[in-house]
Design a protein around this ligand. Structure first.
Ligand code: CP3
Length: 365
């Protein structure tokens, strides 16, 4: 990593606002007294104030909301105000850079991203348009506006990893089996590499814009990588995820890499360039720590189902996660996957209070 930090002056990680925050310190491998906690999908449909704002918007589509800087800022701040979490996560979506590049994609409520024309042929891949960096302006504005309101609370930027994003392009929508995507990856590797290379460039530009505008950490979501065998992952996915991490390696913000069902891939997901690995609820954090030689900070992994099991069960399960997470050099508490839209927000607020009322007895500070 180059020594000089090319983050712009006034970036919250450089000017003293967020470098000492529990989140950034834990991501850098410190045991912090206050265990930092945030939730994937903390913004969104579980919050009545979100549903109200979306219903009142002029253009009520999900992607329009993401590209409206004031709206995106407000939605990003809502869960921070309500729950007192240790980080904001930028309100956007993994398909936003595709939309900005000119791909005809929309998000259908209750379903997910849907494309007008799935990308399946070499001709379609060759014709993919390059992203014009000027189109990222609403993203930079929304991030800057959010960071100006957040004070010492860090903003986490994010993007989708090439395999997961390419799956939406190839399948044309959400998929249970990712059949066409895996068939292309293995059966037409040159076409696949060109497609995944395009996604990596497009996604890296989106990620870079968020960091430069003030994100203090980033997370690369490879949500569906758990559908790949380890050798498929190593050959078809890892090189393209590594390209995304390389494209932001000069920007000294901590970088998290997360996937669902990726217990077999944890070491590979670390070596492609991540500082911290996010673990879903299928693997105990102490086992994940073992698989990473105890040397990698971990994020996770409260089972989202336990949000529905009553306070006693949720607290017992959370204590188990905190104990298990102590096997890693740094631990950021999160769910094993996103907040379910029907989760009771008061349960999440209480969960933040519960984590904060359990300081780490072996903390470095
Ligand atoms: O709070 C946050 O976490 C930030 C916002 C965020 C969204 N999408 C907003 C959103 C984040 C981090 C994402 C990432 C994302 N998007 C992923 C990776 C994370 C994961 O869950 O594994 C994926 C796979 C997508 C693609 C996508 N977008 C899906 C599968 C869906 C769900 C469809 C549905 O309605 O259930 C979306 C839509 C989406 N993205 C919503 C939100 C708040 C819900 C749509 C709405 O509110 O109208």
């Amino acid at each position: 990593r180059p020594a000089a930090a090319p983050l712009p002056t006034g970036h919250p990680l450089l000017d003293g606002r967020t470098a000492g925050s529990p989140l950034v310190r834990a991501m850098r491998g410190e045991r912090t007294r206050q265990r930092p906690v945030w939730f994937m999908r903390q913004a969104g449909r579980s919050l009545p104030e979100y549903r109200k704002l979306r219903a009142e918007a002029d253009d009520t589509s999900m992607l329009a909301a993401c590209l409206h800087p004031e709206l995106a800022t407000e939605i990003t701040l809502q869960p921070v105000r309500r729950h007192g979490v240790d980080a904001a996560v930028f309100f956007s979506d993994i398909v936003i850079p595709l939309k900005l590049a000119g791909i005809d994609v929309e998000i259908v409520a209750g379903r997910g991203p849907v494309l007008a024309d799935p990308i399946r042929s070499a001709e379609q891949v060759a014709a993919l348009p390059e992203l014009d960096p000027a189109t990222l302006e609403p993203i930079s504005q929304a991030v800057a506006g959010t960071v100006a309101e957040l004070g010492g609370t860090p903003l986490i930027g994010f993007a989708g990893a090439p395999f997961t994003v390419a799956s939406y392009l190839v399948e044309g929508g959400p998929s249970r089996d990712h059949l066409y995507t895996k068939a292309m990856m293995v059966g037409a590797p040159q076409v696949w590499d060109q497609l995944a290379g395009w996604v990596a460039r497009t996604t890296a530009a989106f990620l870079r814009a968020q960091i430069m505008a003030g994100a203090s950490a980033v997370q690369l979501f490879d949500s569906w990588a758990g559908h790949l065998s380890r050798s498929q992952y190593r050959i078809g996915a890892a090189p393209h995820s590594a390209a995304v991490f390389r494209a932001v390696a000069d920007l000294p913000v901590p970088k998290v890499h997360f996937g669902v069902g990726t217990g077999e891939l944890l070491a590979d997901m670390h070596t492609v360039g991540a500082d911290m690995v996010g673990v879903d609820h299928r693997v105990d954090l102490s086992d994940a720590a073992d698989r990473l030689s105890g040397s990698v900070p971990l994020q996770g992994n409260i089972d989202p189902a336990m949000l529905f099991a009553g306070r006693k069960v949720l607290h017992r399960h959370t204590e188990e996660v905190l104990r298990s997470g102590a096997a890693a050099p740094g631990h950021v508490v999160n769910l094993g996957h996103g907040v379910p839209p029907n989760a009771d927000p008061s349960v999440l607020t209480e969960l933040v209070e519960f984590v904060h009322s359990n300081p780490d007895p072996a903390a470095d500070d």
